[in-house]
Design a protein around this ligand. Structure first.
Ligand code: BTN
Length: 266
């Protein structure tokens, strides 16, 4: 174990107010993806709330099969193992809820963010809203039951240079805030904020998530999205009771969008 891993593993418990989240914690210097490491620990029977972080990911992944830019020393790469006693069909809102946890964490840090459906953490910049974080939830099931969910969270914290394909859409806390938070206290703050939200979700389900998500939602913007194989253009107006995005077209008809990417004009 390196000194840095030791420091993180020793220091995090001092900052936690949680009962479960982060009480089993591994910080790795490098790995392919923290979500792979978390899934491996989950398969070995690790406790609910286990957290894995890394300084560097060599194969960080995002939604829709994309890579997640994961250089060393500059960002938060976090994966949580949760074992909700809920059926798989009740779990998709967990992605929205995690976004709320990140937005709340940033607010407590003095940074106002907006959530772009379903999982993008957006910050205002001089050039408009830019993405500073994202969430990837991956579920393991057996015989129709939930075994565990890996909640992966990536937040650009100190990064100031992006690869060309991200340059016009990504940002970081360093670029957007006067004094960006240190990564370890930010991690603790996220776990402390997320645990009560998660517990309330277990009790109250999707209505609770939607109520919370709307507090931070970026809605009203023009957008384009692929629906049933064809492009749909309109305005993102709300989410429905399942968590699907409602896009209103120019005729005023509302379409529920369950997956895909919302493209907003830059
Ligand atoms: C997205 O917006 O596309 C989701 C990005 C999720 C990235 C995080 S970083 C920690 C965890 N490990 C991964 O490989 N991906 C997630």
């Amino acid at each position: 174990m390196t000194k840095d891993s030791q420091d993180w593993e020793q220091e995090l418990p001092k900052l936690l107010t949680t009962r479960r989240l982060g009480r089993t914690f591994r910080h790795l210097q490098t790995c392919a993806s923290t979500s792979d490491e978390a899934a491996r620990l989950a398969d070995q029977g690790c406790p609910d709330g286990t957290v894995v972080t890394a300084d560097l990911q060599t194969a960080g992944r995002g939604r829709l099969g994309r890579d997640w830019h994961s250089p060393a020393g500059s960002n938060l790469y976090v994966s949580l193992v949760v074992r909700p006693l809920l059926p798989p069909m009740a779990l998709p809102p967990l992605t929205l809820l995690t976004g709320v946890g990140v937005a709340e964490t940033l607010r407590l840090t003095g940074i106002e963010s907006r959530l772009k459906w379903p999982n993008d953490i957006m910050l205002p910049t001089a050039a408009g809203l830019r993405k500073t974080g994202g969430i990837l939830t991956e579920m393991a099931t057996a015989n129709g039951r939930t075994k565990h969910v890996i909640v992966g969270v990536g937040i650009n914290v100190l990064l100031t240079a992006f690869p060309p394909e991200l340059a016009d859409r990504a940002t970081s806390l360093q670029l957007a805030a006067d004094s960006p938070p240190d990564r370890l206290p930010l991690l603790a703050r996220f776990l402390n904020a997320f645990e009560p939200l998660y517990d309330e979700f277990l009790l109250r389900g999707t209505p609770f998530v939607l109520e919370q998500w709307r507090r931070y939602a970026w809605l009203g913007q023009p957008c384009k999205v692929d629906k049933d194989g064809g492009p749909l253009q309109g305005h993102a107006v709300d989410v429905d009771e399942t968590g699907a995005l409602l896009v209103e077209d120019s005729a005023g008809v509302r379409h529920a969008v369950l997956s895909g990417e919302v493209v907003t004009p830059l």
